[in-house]
Write a protein that binds this ligand. Sequence first.
Ligand code: FAD
Length: 401
Amino acid sequence: MSLFSFPDTSSITGTEPASRSRSIVIVGGGIIGLAHALTAREAGHEVTLIERETRPLGASVRNFGTIWPIGLAFGPEREQGLFGMRRWRELGPLAGFAADPCGSLSLAYRGEAWDVLMEFSSQPGAPEGFTLLTPEETLARFPMANPDGLRGALFSPHETCVRPMDALTALAAHAARQGVKFETGVCAIKVHDDAVELADGRLFHFDHCVIAAGEDMKTLFPTELAAASIRPCRLQMMRTEPVAGRLGAIMVSDLTLAHYPAFSQCPSLPALKRKIAITMAEHLAWGVHVIAAQHADGSLTLGDSHEYGHSLTPDIWMRVDDLVMGNLATFTRLPDLKIASRWQGTYLKSTTGQTQVVLQPRERVTMVTAMGGLGMTLSWGLARRTVASWELLNEPAEPLL
Ligand SMILES: Cc1cc2nc3c(=O)[nH]c(=O)nc-3n(C[C@H](O)[C@H](O)[C@H](O)COP(=O)(O)OP(=O)(O)OC[C@H]3O[C@@H](n4cnc5c(N)ncnc54)[C@H](O)[C@@H]3O)c2cc1C
């Protein structure tokens, strides 16, 4: 298997089906499809995954690789994110990719941002492990943080960093070793009541089907998707050449606190948002907030911006890069960064604030879509829930999410 290919499973027979095994067909080999495939296989099902490309190309290999429970509201969604974090960390050594348990550092430069962090970490139900740091403590632990104007920071130990292409490739190979069969390079063009039809005419029969087609709204169940209150969002990203020294955590600052729903209960958030609206109008117009995630080789993934709509342009906007790099310099002290590559990614997002949208266009067909900017984090918990919903999960005593 080449490094960047989906595995060739034509010669792998897989393990014998369990007595309660059912035939599962998954459409889509991004993280949502792979998480469902592996989870279903672990539960004892016969699984075939259909992917139109011959290597991962979707949002799942265009993201930061940050597993980000801190972005999720306290309650079931955060639990789903924490479950995802645990799965990524256990699968790293099993599948053979790096899952760095580095945690995240939210740096506050405005007084309102510091207030938000204090409120956030003292909310009822706030998890153990959150640590508020003074500027001195922050700089002692994270010398690459920018000291100028720093009010303090929140360290959270749960966030985890993977390199998406490495992780997806290793996960696909791991799934193949567990007996998931891959049909790649061929598009699923229609899903019937009990079979998926491929463009080459073959039919794959199923007891249950999961469609995880990423941003594609036009091929499978387009009418249902058009009615589902979702829209595309395009993001712009960069990766640097390797940097000497380590950030020590995934770093974000004030702008990010205003971005994720997790902080919405903090009384000081409206004041922070007002301040940002006055001082950073152009960042808001482009939907820019900045995450810096460092990988094992020292390179940094940087981004991002958010453009919404059904008729997005193909441009890579230099102004967005300038805004990202300018904001990065306000909260990090990094030597001259050399950009190695730029790219765009697109995901579907709910227009009604849902973190994930699950449709059932046919009785035994589950369509998982609109995972927004947290699909890497939410994927494993969602897969667990889908497989459990078939009442065949081999752990009936465990509560559902
Ligand atoms: C720039 C960016 C940054 C992000 N950062 C993060 C982050 O840090 N943390 C996080 O948790 N999430 C992040 N996300 C979100 C996350 O990447 C997505 O939610 C997630 O990858 C979606 O996974 P998916 O499997 O649904 O889609 P995809 O990865 O797009 O996979 C869908 C697959 O389905 C295939 N397919 C589609 N139609 C068919 C068909 N008819 N037949 C066969 N195959 C088909 C496609 O070829 C594709 O391979 C980010 C997203 C982007 C774009």
